[in-house]
Design a protein around this ligand. Structure first.
Ligand SMILES: Nc1ncnc2c1ncn2[C@@H]1O[C@H](COP(=O)(O)OP(=O)(O)OP(=O)(O)O)[C@@H](O)[C@H]1O
Ligand SMILES: [Mg+2]
Length: 263
């Protein structure tokens, strides 16, 4: 047995939990995730700024150099510099993105968020992929940033769709969007009476074992052409709602669970 002391939403009230050891490791893993995410965020922001400034100079110098070149063949090289500088610029812009736009708070209906994501995914993958809704429509609205949550769920659903490439070709790919109310859950070092559980479940091959522990870290990607930012951004956005994303994955069933406190 393991003892956890957590705050409740009522000031001055604490709750003492006795947990089996398996749950303790889950909780420790969560706390580690939150601390790591915070450290990551600062590192990324600083690094992105350091890259951004010289990058403009490099691109500008390559453009000036190009104007001076008489030899057409040599402009191939300056074009490489300009192209790569642009690529790095857009990566840096994505790294800085969550810090740019302010957190816009309004009433969020989670099923509107799910429906938006569903229609975007269906439009992008019209054949071979079924997107199943499994909603608990009794879930109340809560205060939050709708656009951020759409982006977070979309990033997760996109990953699922990418992981399903083979099944989409075979015609039996499936993504389920499931909403539930969780009761008396502890996450993010706090105990919540009610919390939204939004699952994005796919029947793909699962998260590769080699990166399973690190998928929420920036620049960790298991696929060609991936920049490894989708889940980092999703986790940042959900944490801004005092929530957390967890992942459980085995071949044939990958379940990303978004937890957000409900009023
Ligand atoms: N549903 C899933 N099934 C299998 N693997 C997954 C799934 N979701 C994520 N992954 C793995 O986690 C990695 C990290 O995902 P993340 O969204 O952070 O980056 P990315 O998809 O590679 O790039 P980006 O989203 O920035 O374009 C993915 O590359 C993939 O290997
Ligand atoms: Mg992704």
């Amino acid at each position: 047995m393991h003892v956890v002391v957590a705050q409740t939403e009522t000031p001055g009230e604490i709750i003492v939990e006795l947990l089996p050891l398996e749950q303790q490791t889950r909780q420790e893993r969560e706390e580690r995730l939150i601390d790591q995410a915070q450290a990551n965020k600062e590192l990324i922001r600083n690094l992105a700024h350091e890259i951004k400034n010289p990058l403009g100079g490099i691109r500008g110098a390559a453009q000036l150099l190009e104007l001076e070149l008489d030899n057409r063949q040599l402009t191939e090289y300056t074009q490489v510099i300009i192209h790569e500088a642009d690529r790095l610029q857009s990566l840096v812009d994505r790294l800085l993105a969550p810090h740019r736009r302010p957190h816009v708070v309004g009433d969020v209906n989670i099923h509107e968020v799910c429906e938006r994501v569903r229609s975007l995914i269906v439009a992008e993958f019209p054949k071979g992929l079924r997107v199943v809704r499994d909603y608990d429509i009794s879930i109340p609205e809560f205060r939050g940033d709708r656009e951020q949550l759409i982006q977070a769920v979309l990033n997760i659903a996109h990953n699922a769709a990418h992981a399903l490439t083979e099944r989409i070709a075979a015609g039996d790919a499936q993504i389920t969007l499931r909403t539930r109310v969780g009761r008396q859950l502890t996450f993010g070092k706090q105990r919540y009476r009610l919390a939204l559980e939004l699952h994005v479940i796919d029947n793909g091959p699962g998260v590769p074992d080699s990166i399973k522990d690190r998928i929420f870290f920036p620049l960790v990607s298991g696929r060609d052409g991936g920049s490894g930012l989708g889940l980092t951004l999703a986790q940042t956005f959900v944490q801004q709602h005092h929530g957390l994303i967890e992942c459980e994955s085995v071949p044939g069933q990958t379940d990303f669970k978004i937890l957000i406190p409900l009023p």
